[in-house]
Design a binder for this molecule. Structure first.
Ligand code: PMP
Length: 386
């Protein structure tokens, strides 16, 4: 559902405000810089097979760049992947066997939970609140399940879809529980560098350095361009060798021209500048979306207030809660606004009264138009329901 919306939306002929896809707007992707780098920096070595672990210039640029962040790392822990999805696939391929219990957030990014399920995992959906996954609730859930989990899949910052961030205290407790259970933490953090307000919360790698139970999945998709299909995993060097072996059997190496372009982009210092620019854009867009929603829908909804990332999570209240967001989607599309219905974020299709809205890809003016259309759709849906 999350990705099938791409082709569904592409086939629509009328004007649609796009709150559905978690993708940067085309005009916020630095295409001119990529074009110039393609001319000046791609050479014959860009068009042959590369090393499975990644191109040396990208690994070096990444280690340099990450040394300026709260998650410094080293060459011997990194493998370049085809986006975050391949990082998730590699984690599950290595750690998840049929019948294993895997804890997932509820709601979660279901392409991630589906990856675990594709290796035979039994998914245990665990509840969230404003501080992210309710880690304190996990021991009781695990004891009711009757066996320890093999992995815990978490999106710690500005979670997809809820926009919430896991508190520092809960991160610490999660690491302790992972050790009690000998479970891997699949730390999927595409949005962490996109914080626009508040304080950074220390990452798992920071709280528990060189912890073999922390497997970090990262991507350039949200901070640069999803079409590059370039990401990385940061993991214990022994596990890294398993990752390299598994990746070799999957796709030999990540697309080499895309790696060379990304490396040069970072080397020029353009990534930091680009991040500064989009953080401020996204902050304005989030504020515009929250203000429009509060103005048009007021008490009819609750919504999260993310301090970064792409998404806010809206829950219908009162009589509107009787409206199925899946049914609302059809009406909204006709009215000219797209979102993702809440059920797309739960393996057991919970959250039919919730909507994920991406604020990152529309200007404040367009956001206002989109929220007006969404309000009209809800009014129409309500008049049908009652
Ligand atoms: N994890 C999460 C939480 C995501 O939101 C996404 C992209 N929507 C991914 C992983 C996949 O990233 P990529 O496009 O780089 O494969």
């Amino acid at each position: 559902m999350i990705d099938s919306s791409t082709s569904l939306l592409a086939s629509q002929k009328h004007d649609i405000v796009r709150f559905a896809m978690g993708s940067p707007a085309n005009e916020d992707i630095p295409v001119d810089v990529f074009r110039e780098i393609a001319v000046t920096h791609l050479n014959p070595s860009s068009f042959t097979y590369g090393a499975t672990e990644g191109e040396p210039q990208l690994l070096e640029a990444l280690v340099d760049y990450l040394s300026t962040t709260s998650e410094p790392t080293s060459y011997d822990r990194l493998v370049i992947t085809a986006g975050g999805m391949q990082g998730l696939d590699l984690a599950c391929k290595i750690f998840v066997d049929p019948g294993d219990l895997v804890i997932v957030e509820s709601p979660t990014y279901t392409n991630g939970s589906a990856t675990a399920a594709s290796y035979g995992a039994e998914l245990l959906e665990a509840p969230m609140d404003a501080d992210g996954l309710i880690v304190e609730a996990l021991p009781a859930l695990v004891s009711a399940a009757g066996r320890s989990p093999k992995a815990i899949y978490v999106i710690p910052n500005f979670q997809n879809p809820s926009g919430t961030t896991l508190s520092a205290q809960r991160r610490e407790l999660l690491i302790k529980l992972a050790h009690d259970w000998n479970a891997i933490i699949i730390d999927d953090d595409p949005y962490g560098p996109l914080r626009f307000t508040g304080q950074d919360v220390p990452g798992f790698q920071h709280i528990s350095p060189r912890d073999p139970l922390v497997f970090s999945v990262r991507t350039f998709s949200k901070i640069l361009a999803p079409g590059l299909r370039v990401g990385w995993v940061d993991t214990d060097p022994k596990i890294r060798q398993l990752v390299i072996n598994a990746k070799q059997a999957m796709d030999t190496c990540t697309n080499v021209p895309a790696q060379h372009m990304t490396a040069e982009f970072i080397r020029r210092g353009d990534l930091s500048a680009h991040l500064r620019r989009i953080r401020s854009l996204y902050f304005d867009r989030k504020c515009a979306m929250r203000e429009s929603l509060a103005h048009s829908l007021g008490e009819r909804i609750t919504m999260t207030d993310p301090e970064g990332g792409f998404f806010l999570w809206l829950r219908l209240q009162g009589e509107d809660a009787m409206t199925s967001s899946t049914a609302l989607f059809e009406t909204a599309l006709r009215e000219g606004v797209a979102f993702i219905p809440g059920t797309a974020f739960s393996p057991s299709y919970k959250f039919d009264n919730a909507l994920r809205l991406c604020f990152a890809a529309s200007t404040p003016d367009r956001i206002q138009v989109g929220v007006e259309r969404l309000t009209r759709s809800l009014d129409l849906a309500r008049s049908v329901d009652y």
